[in-house]
Design a protein around this ligand. Structure first.
Ligand SMILES: C[S@@+](CC[C@H](N)C(=O)[O-])C[C@H]1O[C@@H](n2cnc3c(N)ncnc32)[C@H](O)[C@@H]1O
Length: 398
C-alpha cells in the first residue's frame, strides 16, 4: 500500500514538472496515426518467445527478464594510456579485473591445475570432431577488463583522456571480450577482423600487444569511419601505420577471393539479430517489417562470412565465429553449414576447438548455457547481466 502511495506521489510530481517545462521544450508524443501498430520490439519479443522458449526451456523466462533489464558493462583498460591511475580508480570503485582476478572457490586452482584444460564429457562433442584448446593451461594475456561485482548494477563514469590524449578505458558488454580472449592471439600473429566496426573487439585484440599485422574490415563505410575514430582515441599513431594495420571496407564475403590461406587468426563477428537491442530499442531494429527479408537472409550472410574467414586463415590457424544472439539458426547451424561447405566445396577440413576451459575459468563472472551442442553461449542473467554472446572456435587442419 505504501509503495502504491509512493508511486502515485511520484507520478503526480512528474506531472507537475511537466507543467513547469516550457511548451517549446516538451517532447511531443508520436501521432497515433504514424505510430506502428506493432512496434519492432514487440515483434522481436513475440519471435523470441516462440523460438527461445523451445530452445532454452525453463531458462527462457529468466533470460527474457534479464534482456529487458539494464545491461551490465565492463571497462576494457587501454594499455596504450597511462594505466596506473585508471586501474587504481576502477579498483577504488569496487571493480575487479575479471580476467586476471577470477573469483569464486577454486578459481585460481582452476587456472593452475596441471591437467587444465580438461574434457568434462567428451562424448557429447565427438559428433562434430571437437579438439581440446591448444592454449597453454594458464591464460596469458595483457587484456584487462574491470566489472562491478555480481548483482552490483553501478554504472561506469565516462573515460577521460590522459596527458597524451589516450582514453583510459572502453566501455562494452564484458562478454564481448570473450571472443577476443578465446581467439588466443600469440606473439607475432597476423590477424583479420572481418566485421570490425565499431571496434570493441578490435580494441581488445590490440590490447594483447602481440599482433604483428592486423587487418580490420567492415562493409559499412560510415561504421568504418567510426571505428577509425575509436582507434585514434585509444591507440598511438605509431601503431596505426600501414606496416602494422590495414583498414578496409570490403564485403567480407569476398575475402576468400582476395586473400586465402594467409592469417594466423581470423575473427568473424557477424551481423545478427542483436537480441538485446531488438527487445529494447525500436530505432534501427531488424524486426521492423520493412527489414523482414534482411532478417531472414541473416543465416545465409553469416555462413558466407564464416566461410570467407575459413578460407582466409592459413592451415593450422584458427577462426572465431561470434554473434550476440541466442538463435541456434544464427549460431550452431551456421557453424555446421560453413564447415560442411568448406569441406565439400573447398576441400578444407576443420575441427571445433573446445572452449570449456574458458567457460570454466570465467563461470563466476558469466552465466554460460549449460549444455551447448556446439560452441559456448553466455546467457543474460539478473546477477550477471552480460550477453547474449555466442562463440565457436574452429581450427583449420588443411
Ligand atoms: C556485430 S557488428 C560487429 C561488431 C564489432 N566486431 C565490434 O566488436 O565492435 C557486425 C558488423 O558487420 C558489418 N557487416 C555486415 N555485413 C558485412 C559484410 N558483408 N562484410 C563485412 N562486414 C559486414 C556491419 O556493418 C557491422 O558493423
Amino acid at each position: 500500500m505504501a509503495a502504491l502511495m509512493d508511486t502515485r506521489i511520484l507520478l503526480r510530481k512528474i506531472k507537475d514538472l511537466r507543467c513547469l517545462t516550457p511548451r517549446r521544450n516538451r517532447v511531443k508524443a508520436k501521432w497515433a496515426g504514424s505510430q506502428p501498430k506493432y512496434p519492432a520490439t514487440n515483434l522481436a519479443l513475440q519471435n523470441f518467445d516462440a523460438t527461445y522458449s523451445l530452445q532454452l526451456g525453463e531458462q527462457w523466462p529468466s533470460v527474457r527478464v534479464s534482456m529487458l533489464c539494464e545491461q551490465k558493462y565492463g571497462a576494457l583498460v587501454n594499455n596504450f594510456s597511462t594505466t596506473e591511475g585508471v586501474i587504481a580508480d576502477l579498483q577504488s570503485q569496487g571493480c575487479r579485473d575479471f580476467i586476471c582476478q577470477p573469483v569464486g572457490v577454486g578459481a585460481l586452482e582452476r587456472l593452475q591445475a596441471p591437467g587444465f584444460p580438461l574434457h568434462d564429457n567428451p562424448s557429447t562433442l565427438e559428433s562434430v570432431g571437437v579438439i581440446q584448446d591448444l592454449a597453454p593451461p594458464r591464460l596469458r594475456t595483457n587484456i584487462k577488463c574491470f566489472v562491478f561485482p555480481g548483482g552490483d548494477i553501478s554504472r561506469f563514469k565516462p573515460s577521460r583522456p590522459d596527458l597524451y590524449g589516450m582514453l583510459g578505458y572502453y566501455l562494452m558488454d564484458a562478454a564481448s571480450i570473450l571472443p577476443a580472449l578465446a581467439l588466443d592471439v600469440q606473439e607475432g600473429h597476423s590477424v583479420l577482423d572481418v566485421c570490425a566496426a565499431p571496434g570493441g573487439k578490435t580494441l581488445a585484440l590490440l590490447q594483447t600487444q602481440a599482433i604483428r599485422f592486423l587487418c580490420v574490415n567492415d562493409i559499412s563505410v560510415s561504421r568504418t569511419y567510426r571505428l577509425q575514430r575509436v582507434l585514434n582515441s585509444y591507440v598511438p599513431k605509431e601503431l596505426l601505420t600501414e606496416e602494422r594495420m590495414r583498414i578496409t571496407s570490403f564485403d567480407g564475403r569476398k575475402w576468400g577471393e582476395i586473400e586465402r590461406d594467409t592469417f594466423d587468426r581470423v575473427l568473424v563477428d557477424v551481423p545478427c539479430t542483436t537480441d538485446r537491442h531488438s527487445v529494447m530499442e525500436d530505432e534501427n531494429n531488424i524486426f521492423k517489417r520493412a527489414r523482414t527479408k534482411e532478417r531472414q537472409r541473416l543465416p545465409q550472410l553469416q555462413t558466407e562470412l564464416l566461410l570467407a574467414g575459413i578460407e582466409a586463415v592459413r592451415p593450422g590457424g584458427q577462426v572465431l565465429y561470434s554473434t550476440c544472439s541466442l538463435s541456434q539458426l544464427q549460431n550452431e547451424y551456421v557453424v555446421e553449414r560453413a564447415m560442411h561447405l568448406a569441406r565439400e566445396e573447398h576441400g578444407i577440413s576443420l575441427q571445433v576447438v573446445d572452449l570449456r576451459p574458458i567457460t570454466r575459468l570465467f563461470k563466476d563472472t558469466f552465466h554460460f548455457a549449460p549444455d551447448p551442442h556446439l560452441g559456448q553461449l553466455v546467457l543474460p542473467h539478473l546477477t550477471a547481466n552480460f550477453g547474449p554472446i555466442y562463440m565457436c572456435k574452429l581450427q583449420r587442419l588443411s
